[in-house]
Design a protein around this ligand. Structure first.
Ligand code: BGC
Length: 547
């Protein structure tokens, strides 16, 4: 099965919609979303006007980390369906004019992967152990881990096997890190890529792309800002992240994918700065990279201008498009994040005992931030449910939490369940149309029905309609392929032109007057005065005059 003939550079300006299959739509009533559920809602994605869907992992997995712990890369987990469902999904998406991007998780496997089962079963020094990073410990009897690295999910990054050796896991102990120096590991992933390319996928988003290669000798590391490996990612040149040799892997992958025209590699690499990220993209590596720095930028005009400038400059220097993202399956949804003051630290999960966000303010700013993002040149990434203005579930009781981060951090971090709550499709039971049964793997909070797609679709002022119309205008004015030119409307305003469209986002306290008096094309809230942009709003204007 092959992908349809594609506009070769479709990805440069694409709007990519992330589907977290577990929470998208449940077809069989087990309370967990699945691939047939995704197929049944493809028309929603096509109507919305996105170009591609990006599926979080649906492969065979014990589901220790929501499927990011893969035990068979060639098959579908029975929770989500089977391989025929995956093939049907790819074909049906193509019929709807949608590209399909799948997640690839090369840094680690599940501890139930046959390779790791063999490694754990065989003795020290056996070839099976070479495929992972397995070492003797330190101390008189090897009782101490080989180095002082911490796992991104908390605790040490090493776990001891019954025979006394230790294996490395930058994430959970059930996610052992592969040894990317090993030719069999490289050959296996080349095969996995070809398998899914032959099945018709249009691209891969590479999870933890900065992690595969570790510094020689696995030296100790003392992070400046705290003990977790995730924070270490903020430090340039930590020995477990962003090593130069990782790029050899992606050069090989690019050579493979170039034999399949129109397919794309996307780097999910958390690195210290846009210039480090730019190393992952370009003619001989990936086509684009997720912009985590933009995702983390608060609702603050100077910070936004800075990150947009840096992103455009560094990616254009290597001939790649920039990308933009406001929410995903790992972070607090932006409709909630923006309901806190911009200087508030980014929480990892919010619980009933925490200060609650200002919901109206959060949604108002989220809508403004979305219209800003969708006007930027490059590719834009949406996370399922943001088109409904969905907030985070901020009052999930602890006994219902599922994310391993919650348990592994001993409750210090509430984890990522709040952004993974099943979608409300209908404003009535059962389960807001998520599935045929009343219960879902995470409960929807009270009031979720108000966000349901069927309540929003015909409402001209709804968040859904705002996205719908923005995506049409974005396509019509080819904003994804345009060029940004800054305009000066004062320090608290982010304003620019992109081709024929003037974009003004007002983050200040007073309304901003628009030049020229041209009627707005689109706005993030209903405008009482078409000649001015109120606080926390974005307006798109057709540029008639010269400015
Ligand atoms: C994914 C997370 C996952 C982690 C470990 C990240 O890049 O986005 O959801 O827990 O990798 O696989």
């Amino acid at each position: 099965m092959s992908a349809p003939e594609a506009e070769p550079m479709w990805w440069r300006s694409a709007v990519v919609y992330q589907v977290y299959p577990r929470s998208f739509a449940d077809s069989d009533g087990d309370g967990i979303g699945d691939l047939p559920g995704v197929i049944s809602h493809l028309s929603h994605l096509a109507d919305l006007g996105v170009d591609a869907l990006w599926l979080s992992p649906f492969y065979s997995s014990p589901q220790a980390d929501g499927g990011y712990d893969i035990s068979d890369h060639y098959d579908v987990d029975p929770l989500f369906g089977d391989i025929v469902d995956a093939e049907d999904l790819i074909e049906a998406a193509h019929r709807h004019g949608l590209k399909v991007i799948v997640c690839m998780v090369p840094n680690h496997t599940s501890d139930r992967h046959p390779w790791f089962l063999a490694a754990a079963h065989e003795s020290p020094g056996s070839p099976a152990r070479e495929r992972y990073i397995i070492r003797d410990g330190r101390g008189a009897t090897g009782e101490l881990p080989p180095n002082n690295w911490h796992s991104a999910f908390g605790g040490p990054a090493w776990t001891r096997l019954p025979d006394g050796q230790w294996y490395l896991h930058l994430f959970d102990p059930r996610q052992p890190d592969l040894n990317w120096e090993h030719p069999e590991v490289r050959a296996e992933f080349a095969d996995i890529l070809r398998y899914w390319l032959d099945n018709g996928v249009d691209g891969f988003c590479i999870d933890t792309a900065h992690g595969l290669v570790k510094a020689d000798g696995l030296p100790d590391w003392r992070p400046r800002h705290g003990p977790t490996a995730q924070r270490e990612a903020d430090e340039s040149r930590a020995p477990m992240w962003d090593q130069d040799a990782v790029h050899d892997v992606y050069r090989t992958w690019r050579a493979i994918i170039d034999t399949y025209p129109g397919r794309v590699l996307i780097a999910g690499a958390r690195v210290s700065a846009p210039d480090r990220l730019a190393h992952y993209v370009g003619r001989d590596q990936m086509h684009q990279a997720i912009n985590f720095e933009y995702l983390q930028t608060p609702w603050h005009a100077p910070a936004l201008r800075r990150v947009i400038d840096a992103s455009l400059a560094t990616t254009s220097a290597v001939g790649a498009p920039s990308t933009w993202m406001l929410s995903n399956h790992d972070v607090v949804r932006h409709a909630t994040r923006f309901g806190y003051p911009p200087e508030a630290p980014l929480p990892s999960g919010i619980g009933p005992a925490d200060p609650q966000p200002d919901r109206d303010l959060g949604l108002r700013r989220a809508r403004a931030a979305t219209l800003l993002m969708l006007a930027l040149p490059g590719a834009a990434y949406l996370y399922q449910g943001e088109e409904l203005g969905l907030p985070e579930h901020t009052e999930l009781p602890d006994d219902l939490r599922q994310d391993l981060v919650w348990r592994r951090s001993g409750g210090a971090s509430l984890g990522r369940d709040g952004c993974r709550v099943p979608l409300p499709w209908k404003g009535h039971p059962p389960c807001g149309g998520f599935g045929p049964e009343t219960a879902s793997w995470l409960p929807q909070p009270d009031g979720w029905a108000d966000y349901a797609l069927d309540r929003q679709r015909d409402d001209p002022s709804s968040t859904y309609t705002m996205y719908w119309y923005a995506l049409r205008l974005r396509r019509f004015f080819r904003l994804g392929l345009g060029t940004l030119r800054w305009m000066d409307f004062g320090p608290d305003v982010v304003a620019f032109t992109n081709g024929d469209v003037l974009v003004v986002s007002n983050l200040g306290d007073t309304a901003v007057l628009l030049p020229g008096g041209e009627p707005p094309l689109h706005s993030s809230i209903e405008l009482t005065d078409p000649a001015s942009v109120p606080t926390d709003a974005t307006v798109w204007v057709l540029r008639v005059g010269e400015y």
